[in-house]
Write a protein that binds this ligand. Structure first.
Ligand SMILES: [Zn+2]
Length: 173
């Protein structure tokens, strides 16, 4: 079954979770051995475009903690150098989820990340940021896209954070 990220209006949180689960299932990830490198490789295979993960040190990133820049040659995922590795991983998974869903870019995000060098004028940009509550239609559909990305990132992170073996799990009872 193909997953369509089409018209998102009126989707419930349950719909969003189901859509993310379906996308996750379609990846056929090996949930006992997959690493972040494996997941990135799988997304590259699926979408047929290289992915570059670039830590950025710009302190002016107050509200944006990650950026996906879709250029003709590659997907660029920009993360904050100053964030913890765990949080950086989550941001990478979140942006990978947007790429997997083939969500449209958000050009207005460019203005919220000053100092980020975005070369190609045609680049599509999607930023990870906190969504202000609003009843406008574009805010609603944006919330759905963010919800899908966040839920898929959560499912992917469960693969990475799995217990390494049974005895690990027993430690936590
Ligand atoms: Zn996002």
């Amino acid at each position: 079954m193909s997953v369509n990220s089409g018209t998102p209006h009126g989707r419930t949180p349950a719909d969003i979770a189901k859509n993310a689960q379906r996308k996750f299932d379609s990846l056929n990830l090996n949930t006992t051995t997959s690493t972040l490198v494996d997941i990135v490789g799988l997304v590259v295979d699926r979408l047929g475009k290289p992915i570059a993960i670039e830590p950025i040190g710009d302190k002016s990133w107050a509200t944006v903690t990650g950026l996906w820049v879709d250029t003709a040659e590659r997907h660029r995922i920009l993360i904050r150098k100053t964030d913890t590795p765990l949080y950086q991983t989550h941001v990478v998974l979140h942006e990978l989820a947007h790429i997997l869903f083939e969500h449209p870019g958000c050009k207005t995000a460019r203005a919220t990340a000053p100092g980020v060098p975005i070369d190609a004028t045609s680049a599509e940009v999607r930023a990870r940021k906190v969504i202000a509550s609003s009843s406008s239609e574009s805010a609603v559909s944006d919330a759905v896209l963010e919800g899908e990305a966040e839920h898929l990132a959560f499912l992917l992170s469960r693969v990475l954070l799995r217990p390494k073996n049974d005895s690990d799990e027993r430690v936590f009872g």
